[in-house]
Write a protein that binds this ligand. Structure first.
Ligand SMILES: *Cc1c(COP(=O)(O)O)cnc(C)c1O
Length: 365
């Protein structure tokens, strides 16, 4: 039995008629940029999160850049980012001319360590970007306390955590501003690149919208330097169609995680949540194992999908060699980069598939 890492075809099959109708609607109207569908999706997504404003943009990386720029962060500023994330989180900081300062994470949560975050603050620090990595909310209460006592902004990177909650409050609503990716494989994914920025600050939202649309407040009324980063109407139509299914997909992901917890043996370090008010949305199901190389070989042999998120901590990538960081600066991320492996995880995954994957993992642990 071959098992894919993610199965986007299964999801499309389950909502094909609605999606096809939404796509045909946009094409029939030939209204490909902007229009009511984009606004409808933005409003629906903001409502879903329980926040006032959502500004669509071209992708999740642009979303971070635009959010930082809208906050006025640039040359000479430092922004704290976790040592383990997709590179966008750090890259966006460089893109606005600021410097990413990498901070280690909490061992089995994989999110920013609030204590180390506070220690990394200098008089140049302007913001913190917590990443709700793999779908688990970062320690927002502690990070908010740190940010408030040092007057720093918080930009939440929610690219992997649509719908994740702490005590019922959804991620993206804790900080000053938050960013989402709707890359196809994300928990709410478009059929191409797409992203969004959310905030409860009306002026900040307006600035983000202007930056993403050539700095215009209205047509030909260019007020600030901007760029082209808009949410495509076709993608908005697809996202609007998929949004009502998101909660169901999150509970299916939780069911899959539950099965993994049941079938993996106790030597395998499974994902944990810090207390029962944290609701994981399992974008990725990441375990730790010292037998990773053998396990990968066995997965390859059995045609089972897997991945490593991420094999190299950000500060140790060639990109950031200029910062001269070593493993000693980020001991947790450095150690765990050798042990983490992401198992197949998608809402349509069956108990049988989970059992098969777990059986192979168990045979090495
Ligand atoms: C996917 C991702 C992004 C970037 O999103 P794109 O839409 O691919 O640009 C940013 N941060 C994290 C943590 C991500 O996983």
């Amino acid at each position: 039995m071959s098992i894919p890492f993610v199965d986007l075809k299964a999801q499309y099959a389950s909502i094909k008629s609605e999606i096809d109708l939404a796509i045909a609607g946009v094409i029939n109207n030939t209204s490909f940029i902007g229009g009511p569908i984009v606004t409808e999706f933005e409003e629906a997504f903001a409502d879903y999160l329980g926040i006032d404003h959502c500004v669509g943009c071209a992708n999740g990386t642009d979303a971070i850049e635009i959010a930082l720029q809208a906050l006025g962060i640039g040359a000479g500023d430092e922004v704290i980012v976790p040592a383990n994330s997709w590179i966008s989180t750090a890259e966006a900081v460089n893109a606005v001319g600021a410097e990413p300062v990498f901070v280690d994470y909490l061992a089995n949560e994989y999110t920013l360590d609030p204590v180390l975050t506070e220690l990394a603050i200098t008089n140049k620090t302007k913001a913190i970007i917590p990443v709700h990595l793999y779908g688990l909310p970062a320690r927002m209460p502690e990070l908010l306390t740190v940010a408030q006592s040092h007057q720093l902004k918080i930009v939440e990177d929610c690219a992997q955590a649509h719908g994740a909650r702490i005590a019922g409050q959804k991620v993206g609503t804790f900080g000053d501003i938050a960013t989402f990716s709707f890359y196809p494989g994300k928990n709410l994914g478009a059929y191409g690149d797409a992203g969004g920025i959310v905030t409860c600050d009306k002026l900040l939202a307006q600035r983000c919208r202007m930056i993403g649309n050539h700095g215009q407040l209205s047509k030909h009324n260019h007020q600030i330097l901007g760029r082209n980063s808009r949410l495509d109407t076709l993608q908005a139509a697809i996202l609007k169609t998929k949004l009502p299914f998101l909660e169901q997909w999150i509970s299916q992901r939780n069911q899959v995680a539950h099965w993994y917890g049941q079938y993996l043996n106790e030597n395998v370090q499974c994902p944990v949540t810090p207390g029962n008010t944290y609701e994981h949305v399992y974008h990725l199901y990441v375990i730790r194992t010292r037998q990773r190389a053998h396990l990968m070989d066995a997965f390859d042999e059995s045609n089972i999908g897997y991945s490593v998120h991420y094999p190299t901590p950000l500060p140790l990538l060639e990109t950031y060699a200029y910062q001269n960081k070593s493993e000693a600066d980020i001991p947790v991320a450095s150690l765990l980069a050798n042990e983490i492996i992401s198992l197949p995880m998608f809402p349509e995954m069956t108990e049988k598939q989970v059992q098969t994957v777990a059986g192979i993992v168990n045979s090495f642990n």
